[in-house]
Every structure is written in structure tokens, then in C-alpha cells.
Design a binder for this molecule. Structure first.
Ligand code: SF4
Ligand code: SF4
Length: 446
């Protein structure tokens, strides 16, 4: 695509990056067919190609973002399906992040929206505040359908029950069982450990059972994705910098083979720290180091090798690949291979490339589109006939479980159970065929 930035504009490193990305786009339109918002709306302005064109115009003109552009960029899920499809290697993720930062700086949203976005940016990365907000939302959940717009959407997303904080999420070191083969830091996340503490617990059990010492370093927090995707670049960078400092300190003092992440949305972000902080000389090299040693838990388990399954009667599982997993990190087959190796019959979901509508805060900010995507995803999942749904991202798990009675579990919980851990809490009380015969005996900690 031809661009017309002035030399002065190109002196800005962000515009230079945007220019390179824009020039890679040949306007072929292949990406439109796999874009969820284009599939639903059929509007070129809600397609990747249409958005790329709008971003080009907005940045070239160096004017405050027009309301129409904001509308179509806000409708983008950042699912990155377009990046998987694009034959020209257009880095849409970096481009739309730059566009969102420009919108945040130059566009004044209506007061109610500004308040909502500020509230989400404050609450979601802080587990204590998020827990309090969730308790309030749970109380309001029965009345969600009577609540207007986004308020109703937020209440509908509240879980039916909430576990207490897990002691395993506190800063500490978990020693290995048997011979030590490695040492990793586990990123415990922010919203995930409130919504489903069983995921980190299963991750620690799985790793230590495989000879990997796990440290939960003091000082790590939210990956920064939430605010970064809202265009709040400085906040995102501050959260990233705090994590980098924490992990590098641990790496230098005690050694770390990897940073393990079990929420693929966070994994995509941390793997991009090297790019995010490229302009900050004080931390750029450390950021690249951290991105280089970051692994999704399934990548790491594939690297070290999974123990033999101790559950001969595992059940069929529909595996939902989060967009951040398949499009963001290009991890497509590994989780399914591990589940198969652990004895599960893995069933593919039709239209697996399409987003479930979770996408960070999208299911709150764009609830109508998000619900249509969720219902479409659930119809495809239920068509597999599998009694259990597995996914590797808490956002997807929350979104999907809001529309189906089938239990949704994290991949790592199944791998933990298959290699000797307890039955995932979400499976208790569900008829899973052969597994039901295992009863409470499967709940023994591994
Ligand atoms: S597929 Fe790639 S090159 Fe083609 S229009 Fe989409 S982003 Fe541009
Ligand atoms: S990130 Fe997803 S929703 Fe946004 S343009 Fe690309 S395919 Fe469409």
C-alpha cells in the first residue's frame, strides 16, 4: 500500500513502524474472509483491510481520530486471525495498537464510556479490587437481563461461584518431586487467579511432578495487555517494566530457564515485551531477554516431555484454541498433541479460527457482537458431542462457560489430572462417562 507520511512524521519511531506495516499490505483482501467482525457484519469498514486503510488515513492526516474510525477500531477484537491469513506478513497487531494509542490521545469519548474504561483499567489488573467487584456483580447477576447495555453485560459475565484466594499464588518456591530438571517462574496473572485459582495450582503440581522447580516471584503483576489494548500505552509499559525487573532479578540471583504463562492472552503480550519496550534504552535488552524465555505451559511441557498418563479412561474433549494461542503465539497443534498423549480423545471444533468473543474487555464493551460470536462458538462446540471443553486462556473459559452447561477446563488441569493430580473442580458432579467411575478417588492431590 502506498503511504504519504512526511519526513517529519517518519522521524517519529511509532509512525516509522506504522509506515512499514502499512506498506506491506497489498490490499488483496484475503484477510476479510477470516475476520470475525467482517463475517458477522459484511462491512468492509469492519474488515482488516478496511481498518488498515482507515488507520493509514488517520495517521497520515495527523488529526484527532474521527468518531467513525474509533467505532470500527473499537469493533476489532484484536483476535489476530487476519495475521494468520495474511500472505504478506502484515503485522496488524502492532498497527492496531498504535492506532488505539492515537485514539486514546486524541479522541474524547463520552463521559460514561471514559468512566467505564477507567474502572476496568483500575479493577481488572488488581486481584483484591477485582474480587470485590466480582462479589458485587455476582449479587446482581440474577438481574443482569434487566440492566442496561454494558452494565448488564458485566453482570452476566460474573461467575456463579467464587473460590477464595489460593495460598499457592503467594510469592514462594515450590520444590520438585524427585530429581530437579529445571527452574521456572510462573506468572500467576491477575484476573485469572481470582476467577479460577485451580489453574495455577494445577500448573505448579504438573511442573513439580515433572522435576521443575517453580518460583512465584514477589513483585510480578498484570502483564499489561488490558490497558495496552485500550491505548493506555504508558500504563501498559509501566506494568511490563515491573514484571521485567522482577523476573530479571530472579533470573540473575537464582537462575530461570523460562517464564511460564498459562493464560495465552498474557503470553502473547509478554512475548511482545521486546517490541513494546524497544524505545526504552534502560530496559530494552532485558525486555528482549524476557520475551525470549517466555513459554506457554503447553510449549514447555512439550519441550520437557509429558509423563505417562495414569488415567486409562479419559474422556472426549473439544479443544478450543484461543485466538491469542493460535494467532498470537502460533501454537496450534501442541496443546492437542499433549491432550491426545495424555489419553483424551481430542475433537476439533468447526470454524476454530473464529474468536469466541471474549477478547479482553470486548465482551463488555461490544457485548452484542461478543454474544453472537459466543453463541456461534458454542453451537460449533456442542456439535462435537464432547462432554468437556478445554482451553488455554481464562478469558475464553469465562466467555464460553457463560453460554453452555458443559464444563470448561484449562488444558493444564487435564494434563495435571492425567498425570496424577486431582480431578479439575469444574468437572465435579458432571457425567463424563468412564471418568465418573473414578469418583472421588481422582481428587487425591498429585
Ligand atoms: S491479507 Fe494482508 S496484504 Fe491482503 S489485505 Fe489483508 S492485511 Fe493486506
Ligand atoms: S484482529 Fe480480528 S477482528 Fe480485528 S481486523 Fe483482524 S481478524 Fe478482524
Amino acid at each position: 500500500m502506498q503511504t504519504n507520511f512526511s519526513p517529519e512524521q517518519l522521524a517519529d519511531p511509532d509512525i516509522k513502524v506504522a509506515n512499514e506495516i502499512l506498506r506491506a499490505c497489498v490490499h488483496c483482501g484475503f484477510c476479510t474472509a477470516t475476520c470475525p467482525t467482517y463475517v458477522l457484519r459484511g462491512d468492509e469498514l469492519d474488515s482488516p483491510r478496511g481498518r488498515i486503510y482507515q488507520i493509514k488515513e488517520m495517521l497520515e492526516q495527523a488529526r484527532p481520530a474521527p468518531a467513525t474510525v474509533v467505532k470500527h477500531i473499537d469493533r476489532c477484537l484484536s483476535c489476530l486471525s487476519c495475521m494468520t491469513t495474511c500472505p504478506s506478513g502484515v503485522h496488524y497487531m502492532h498497527l492496531v495498537d498504535l492506532a488505539r494509542a492515537h485514539i486514546e490521545k486524541t479522541y474524547r469519548r463520552p463521559m460514561a464510556e471514559r468512566l467505564l474504561r477507567s474502572m476496568l483499567a483500575l479493577l481488572l489488573p488488581r486481584p483484591f479490587l477485582f474480587r470485590i467487584a466480582l462479589v458485587g456483580a455476582m449479587l446482581g447477576r440474577p438481574f443482569a437481563r434487566f440492566m442496561p447495555g454494558r452494565l448488564g453485560a458485566m453482570m452476566a459475565l460474573a461467575p456463579r461461584r467464587l473460590s477464595g484466594p489460593s495460598t499457592m499464588d503467594r510469592p514462594q518456591v515450590f520444590p520438585v518431586r524427585g530429581a530437579r530438571r529445571g527452574r521456572v517462574a510462573l506468572m500467576t496473572g491477575c484476573a485469572q487467579k481470582v476467577l479460577n485459582p485451580a489453574i495455577n495450582e494445577a500448573t505448579v503440581r504438573l511442573l513439580t511432578r515433572h522435576g521443575i522447580e517453580v518460583v512465584i516471584p514477589r513483585g510480578q503483576g498484570c502483564c499489561g495487555a488490558l490497558v495496552h489494548h485500550m491505548g493506555r500505552t504508558d500504563e501498559g509499559h509501566a506494568q511490563a517494566a515491573a514484571n521485567i525487573e522482577t523476573w530479571m532479578r530472579e533470573k540473575r540471583r537464582n537462575g530461570l530457564d523460562a517464564i511460564i504463562i498459562n493464560a495465552s492472552g498474557c503470553g502473547t503480550q509478554v512475548k511482545d515485551y521486546g517490541f513494546m519496550l524497544r524505545g526504552d534504552k534502560a530496559i530494552a535488552e532485558d525486555a528482549r531477554t524476557i520475551s525470549g524465555i517466555t513459554r506457554d505451559i503447553t510449549e514447555y511441557m512439550a519441550e520437557i516431555g509429558l509423563n505417562e498418563s495414569v488415567r486409562p479412561d479419559a474422556f472426549p474433549v473439544a479443544y478450543h484454541s484461543a485466538c491469542s494461542m493460535q494467532h498470537g503465539q502460533k501454537i496450534t497443534t501442541l496443546p492437542k498433541q499433549l491432550l491426545s498423549q495424555a489419553g483424551f480423545e481430542v475433537r476439533d471444533i468447526a470454524e476454530g479460527h473464529l474468536c469466541c468473543g471474549s477478547a479482553g474487555t470486548y465482551n463488555i464493551m461490544q457485548s452484542e457482537l461478543a454474544t453472537r460470536l459466543r453463541d456461534r462458538k458454542i453451537a460449533n462446540i456442542e456439535a462435537t458431542g464432547a462432554p468437556v471443553i478445554a482451553a488455554g486462556n481464562i478469558g475464553c473459559m469465562t466467555q464460553i462457560s457463560g453460554g453452555t452447561e458443559r464444563p470448561v477446563v484449562h488444558t493444564v488441569e487435564l494434563l495435571d489430572w492425567a498425570t496424577g493430580g486431582p480431578l479439575p473442580p469444574a468437572l465435579h458432579g458432571h457425567d463424563l462417562g468412564p471418568v465418573a467411575a473414578l469418583g472421588v478417588s481422582t481428587m487425591v492431590a498429585g
